[in-house]
Design a protein around this ligand. Structure first.
Ligand code: ATP
Length: 360
C-alpha cells in the first residue's frame, strides 16, 4: 500500500524543524516497510520570494491529490503588509479541507522540567465553528459593532459538527485509557453549550466501554492545573479549547513540547502548536520535538485510516524513539536543558526510530 504525504516547510524555524520530522518518519518507515511518496510544496515567505505569492496557484489541488501533509509554522505577521499576494495560507488550507478537529496532546516526561509528572491528556478541540468570527458565518463576519460603543460576537455550534468531533474523541479514547471528558459551560449558555453537551453525550452512548463525564470549563481549568492526571481525552469547543490547550501545554514545558494534528473527514495536516520563532531562526537550536510528534500523529492517523500496519508500526517506533532520546538525555536542544543542535536531536531520534521499527 503506497501513500502520498506533502512537506510544506513554513517560515523561520520551519525549514530547520520540519526536515527533522521528515527524517525521523523516513527512518521509521524504511524499516517498518511503510511506503510513502513525499512531495515538497512551496509556501509562505520563501514562495513569495521565489514566485511572488505565499500560496502559489494550484496548491490546493496539489494538496487534494495527497493523503496528508506537514505544514511548518507560518510567520505571516512579519510579511502580511508586503502586497495582496502575501496571504496567510494556513487558514485557507484548514478551511478548504474542512479540518474540523484539532488534536492537541500534552504529555509530561519525568526527565524534563514540568509542573506535573503525570500528564497524558489529548484535547480534541473543535476547529470549525465556535466564537471565531471567520468560522461562524457562511458570508460575512461573526462580529459586528452596531455603534462605536457596542460590539457583538456570534458563536456557532451545530449538532453535526459536534457529533463528528465527539466521534474522533471516542475513537482516540478507545486506543488510550477509555475516558472522555466533555468540557463546556451549559449552565451559562444552555443553547450553544447545551447543544454541544447533548451531541457529545449522544455519541458517547455509542461507546459503552468508554467512561464519559462532563466538566464545566472553569472547573476544568482548576482541575487541569491541580490534578491533570485525571484527564485522558477531552472534547471541547473552539475558543475554550484554544485557551485550555495552551494551559495544558504550559503544564508540560510550553509550546516547544506541543505537537498537533488538524484532522478532517478525508485529510489530516501535521502542524505543531508553536509559531515560527523568528528570534531563534537560523541558530540551529530550535527544538524539533513538536514537529516530530506532529508527524508521528499524522502517521498514526494514516495507519488507522488506511489499515496499513506498516505505517502504524512506524508511528509507534517514532514515539518510542522520542521517549528513548528524552530518557537518555544525550541529544536534547538547549530549551530542554541540553546542548544539542536541532539536527543532532533529529539524528538521535531517527537512529532510534529505525531500531524500534524493526520490532514487530
Ligand atoms: P505565533 O504568533 O506565530 O504563534 P509567537 O510569537 O506567539 O508565534 P512562537 O513563535 O511560538 O510564538 O515563539 C514563542 C517563544 O517560544 C519564542 O521565544 C521562541 O523562540 C520559542 N519557541 C517556539 N518554538 C520553539 C521551538 N520549537 N524550540 C525552541 N523554542 C521555541
Amino acid at each position: 500500500m503506497s501513500h502520498r504525504l506533502g512537506i510544506l516547510l513554513g517560515d523561520d524555524i520551519g525549514p530547520e524543524v520540519v526536515p527533522e520530522a521528515v527524517k525521523v518518519a523516513k527512518a521509521a518507515l524504511a524499516v517498518s516497510g511503510g511506503e510513502v511518496a513525499w512531495s515538497e510544496l512551496p509556501i509562505g515567505r520563501a514562495a513569495w520570494q521565489a514566485m511572488g505569492t505565499t500560496m502559489p496557484d494550484g496548491t490546493l489541488d496539489r494538496l487534494a491529490a495527497l493523503d496528508g501533509w506537514i505544514l511548518g509554522p507560518i510567520g505571516h505577521q512579519a510579511y502580511r503588509h508586503l502586497d495582496d499576494k502575501a496571504v496567510n495560507p494556513h487558514p485557507i488550507i484548514r478551511k478548504h479541507f474542512e479540518m474540523f478537529a484539532n488534536l492537541r496532546p500534552a504529555l509530561s516526561y519525568p526527565e524534563l522540567p514540568s509542573l506535573h509528572k503525570d500528564v497524558d491528556v489529548m484535547l480534541v478541540r473543535d476547529n470549525h465553528e465556535g466564537l471565531q468570527p471567520d468560522r461562524s458565518m457562511f458570508k460575512g463576519w461573526g462580529e459586528m459593532m452596531p455603534s462605536p460603543d457596542m460590539a457583538i460576537s456570534i458563536r456557532l455550534i451545530t449538532r453535526q459538527n459536534t457529533e463528528r468531533l465527539a466521534r474522533v474523541a471516542c475513537e482516540l479514547a478507545m486506543g488510550r485509557r477509555k475516558h472522555v471528558t466533555s468540557v463546556h459551560k451549559d449552565t451559562v449558555a444552555p443553547m450553544t453549550c447545551g447543544l454541544f453537551a447533548e451531541a457529545c453525550r449522544d455519541v458517547a452512548a455509542d461507546y459503552p466501554d468508554i467512561a464519559f463525564d462532563e466538566v464545566m470549563v472553569d472547573t476544568f481549568a482548576l482541575k487541569a492545573v491541580m490534578e491533570p492526571g485525571q484527564f485522558d481525552v477531552v472534547v471541547i469547543s473552539n475558543m475554550f479549547g484554544d485557551i485550555m490547550s495552551d494551559l495544558v501545554a504550559g503544564l508540560v514545558g510550553g509550546l516547544g513540547m506541543a505537537p498537533a494534528l488538524q484532522q478532517g473527514e478525508k485529510y489530516a495536516m501535521a502542524q505543531a502548536a508553536h509559531g515560527s520563532a523568528p528570534d531563534i531562526a537560523g541558530l540551529g537550536i530550535a527544538n524539533p520535538y513538536a514537529e516530530i510528534m506532529s508527524m508521528q500523529m499524522l502517521l498514526a492517523w494514516l495507519g488507522r485510516r488506511s489499515g496499513d500496519a506498516a505505517v502504524t508500526r512506524a508511528a509507534a517506533a517514532m514515539e518510542r524513539a522520542v521517549n528513548a532520546v528524552i530518557e537518555e538525555a544525550q541529544a536534547l536542544t538547549p530549551d530542554l536543558g541540553g546542548t544539542a543542535a536541532t539536527s543532532e536531536m533529529g539524528d538521535a531520534i531517527a537512529d532510534a526510530a529505525g531500531a524500534f521499527a524493526e520490532d514487530r
